[in-house]
Design a protein around this ligand. Sequence first.
Ligand code: DGT
Ligand code: MG
Length: 602
Amino acid sequence: MKSNTKQFPKNKIAWLWENMEGKRALYFVGILGTVLYNILQLTIPYFSGKIVDLFLTGENAATNLQVHRDLLYRLLFAMVGFTFLRVIVVYGSCMIYETVSQSVLYRVRNYLYDKLQRQDMTFYSTYRTGDLMTRQTGDLDAVRHMVAWVVRMVVESFSLFAAAAVFFLYTNWKLALCVLVISPFVFWIIYLFRNRVAPMHAALREKLAQMNTCAQENISGNRVVKAFAREDYEIEKFDRANTDYAETNKATGMVWLKFFPIVESIANLMPVVLLAVGGVFMIRGQLTMGDYVAFSGLIWAIANPMRQMGNIMNEFQRFSAASKKVMELYYSEPKIRDEENAVSHPERFEGKIEFDNVSFQYEDGDLPVLHNISFTAHPNETVAIMGETGCGKTSLINLIPRFYEPTEGQIRIDGIPVEQLKLYDLRKQIGLATQDVLLYSDTIEGNIAYGDDSIKMNEVVKFARYSAAADFISKMPEGYDTLVGERGVGLSGGQKQRISLARALAIRPSVLILDDTTSAVDMETESYIQRQLENINHACTTFIIAYRISSIKDADKILVLDQGRIIEQGTHEELVAKNGYYATVYYHQYPMAAKMREQGVK
Ligand code: DGT
Ligand code: MG
């Protein structure tokens, strides 16, 4: 997978802070609330200490009870009042943490989605869908958890610890030091724990992504699974991923179990120290009973943050591993994007397309896929590309909308190199019917109007007619309102292709690219589509990739590709006369022509 040592422009906390924009002041109020709430926690032992000293055990306890009864009431009232106040502060600050964390989640999620939309093809072939989904959901939730819970716990623990420590030192600094001297050990142990658990959390995020990828691939590929009766195999595969994730989760939890007894022992040592040292101090008259009560009533405020440290560190490491994954997307930049001085071209292109000595290799590929491709398609011409499977046809046309960048050479549209054009303007003018048809879960109308949702119904019908789809659509019970499932479930291969063609036509492109678009359509329908395309009332340079001679023989120019090289180019007649690869395919597909040729030769 991606490198783990990736450097981001900001560290994770700064990144989080940036995404709290607009809510920072509120968050600060929440933090103050937590501090205040924890200081208020100390009031109870403070007041109970006072009551014990003044009214229960002190020298003048009986007199005080008689004379200063109003003070007792005031102290009791203050205890209740502060408790009430504490509840309100806790409620308020919890609401704040929740609000801010949801706002961060919302903001980052939208930003990531935007980022995903703008990524190039290489990005999508690098990352697995399940992994991307996990980053947007599970990993992002760990980030939210940091804002909502981890920070609160950190503030809570530290403020509680600090407030209690100050109170202890103020009340009896000698006893306080005896109790507090143990705490640095806990920090050391937590540091050791962090080093052990951090890589496990990184592995855990990866395992979660693997499990989700497994589920996602299986769900999208359910038809293949069923066709090959591989359900059991898939169940087993998921079970393995699930077990792996669960085991790693358990192992991560177990790490704390190793450290927990030490931390717990240290935390439990504190009341023991207090009892022993405090007892001696009391015997020597260096500590009042009231102070002792206050100490013992507050010892938890020192011990609990110690206990909590492991939990906090665990959650922090979870955030750390998850935020790394989220930030990788957050800061990823598509390699293919608008140049600084990109040319704006909102109007139509005339449609002259030049390939000038273009070579291309996929970033993750071992060998070049295209070699020195040069040709020109003039405005309104039709260029057909044929060649054996895997020879580079799709790769070639993918360079026109800049899905990939050539490794050498240049592609120009109306004389402007494509990389100098604004991507939006370039792609808006290219109608593409891809080889793998993907329709959205939407109505047929919605799918056809995908590239231009302002087109009217009669135009949708018109383009459906051009692509020979109108007939079968009108036969469907709900016509154009028929919902097609994910990826066009419910339609035949040829039907999907025709809707995809209508979708490409509907944007009235200056350049139309049809990648194997009629391969699943019968010959009769195909020739109907061809006649319709000739009558399209907007000028349009067309690229047709096909293997059927009938699809390409009328093209103005036919390019024959072989292993990424143009081996023949010309019109049908020229190529037949050339008697090369094209002619072989032609005679193979038209045995009658072959026979006539033989007779002619004889
Ligand atoms: P087709 O559709 O089966 O008739 O074949 P073509 O001519 O459209 O072939 P094309 O351009 O898809 O593939 C040309 C070569 O490039 C082939 O060896 C497979 C390889 N290739 C295609 N897509 C990718 C990709 O995304 N990454 C890498 N590394 N190689 C790819
Ligand atoms: Mg292809």
